[in-house]
Ligand binder design. Structure first.
Ligand code: SF4
Length: 350
């Protein structure tokens, strides 16, 4: 929880470059001081104004008296046997979000949340059980990344990937997500190329179209999870609003880069959506889309009535898609023992 004294001050973390430039002007300083602040906060990951020696002493004093640089604070962390860490991060108003740190040999992937809870109500998802508490702000989205990097002491040279796949539907908090992505991708910020930032959506069609029109955008992943409208409606009620025909037509029109593929996530639920007939229908649905499919065998074990399919069903599903030239990968969710895996994030204490 943020100290009470800090609540009287303004948090600069989450402000865009232009906002910091305007702030510098309001403080009677040239605009470029705002750019210096931007690179100190986001590039150098500085949190203490007194260490910003490139700024005048009077500006440092002024900033310290009115503002602070604050990230969500680590409330709890659970380490998985596979090396990933599930974080529970405290927001300033007492709410919490979950984020997952996944180190690999040559890169680290950070999975972050965009809402406290979620209103989309996918039936296989633990976050859905919370309902939606609120959207989270740009600084709270970005702050999850910085908080985990600080906690793990991650070097600035480490190759980072960011996935908006934690709690919440990112495209229902569109403005804050896009602003956070731009700050992450900024060469003076974390300098993560947009192609290494992925937004995963349950299929909010109008916002998919908006994303396609962004001048610089993260990659898109669509959570498909079914091979027919009937099946998808039963698993993802959002399909009633944006049925497959509409969703896949937005996907077909989504402008892809020269070597880019649209990712479709498919959580395999035993005896529900994991048959070879399902795989054949998925291949037909995706025809005409430069797609790749990530198959994610469901993680059993919670209160939800779904089970993990047997490996031979997963492999058979993959073979059907591969035979129809759809690149298909099996993704075993990381952090299963600490419930950090896909669809399992939920703040239980909240
Ligand atoms: S899977 Fe994603 S969109 Fe669906 S309820 Fe869970 S958090 Fe929301």
């Amino acid at each position: 929880m943020i100290e009470t004294a800090k609540l009287a001050l303004g948090n600069l973390f989450g402000l865009a470059r232009e906002e910091l430039e305007r702030l510098a002007e309001e403080c009677g300083e040239p605009r470029y001081r705002g750019r210096q602040l931007f690179s100190a906060i986001y590039g150098k990951r500085e949190r203490d104004f007194t260490r910003l020696t490139g700024l005048s002493r009077s500006l440092r004093a002024l900033l310290s008296s009115r503002f602070y640089i604050g990230y969500p604070e680590v409330r709890e962390k659970l380490r998985s046997r596979d090396g990933s860490i599930r974080y529970l991060l405290a927001l300033a108003d007492g709410e919490s979000v979950e984020s997952v740190f996944m180190p690999e040999e040559r890169r680290t992937t950070l999975c972050i949340s965009t809402q406290v809870g979620c209103a989309v109500d996918c039936r296989f998802c633990f976050t859905a059980l919370m309902g939606l508490r609120r959207n989270i702000a740009t600084g709270e989205i970005l702050g999850q990344v910085y908080s985990m990097l600080a906690d793990r002491g991650v070097e600035k040279s480490t190759r980072l990937n960011v996935v908006f796949m934690g709690m919440g539907e990112p495209l229902l908090n569109y403005a804050a997500v896009m602003k956070a992505s731009r700050i992450m991708a900024d060469p003076a910020g974390l300098a993560i190329p947009a192609r290494r930032i992925t937004v995963s959506t349950s299929g909010v069609v109008p916002r998919i179209r908006d994303l396609g029109r962004e001048p610089a955008r993260p990659k898109l992943a669509v959570s498909l999870n079914a091979s027919s409208d009937e099946q998808r409606e039963a698993l993802m009620p959002l399909n009633r609003k944006y049925p497959l025909l509409e969703l896949l037509s937005a996907c077909r029109e989504f402008p892809l880069g020269p070597r880019e593929r649209l990712t479709f996530e498919y959580v395999l639920l035993k005896d529900i959506n994991d048959s070879e007939a399902d795989a054949r229908r998925v291949a037909s649905l995706l025809s005409g889309i430069r797609a790749k499919v990530n198959l994610i065998p469901y993680n059993s074990g919670g209160a939800l009535p779904y089970r993990t399919p047997a490996l031979d069903r997963v492999l058979a599903f993959q073979s059907v898609l591969a035979a129809r030239r759809v690149p298909t990968f099996i993704r075993i969710s990381r952090g299963q023992d600490v419930r950090a895996a896909c669809g399992q994030l939920r703040v239980e204490s909240g």
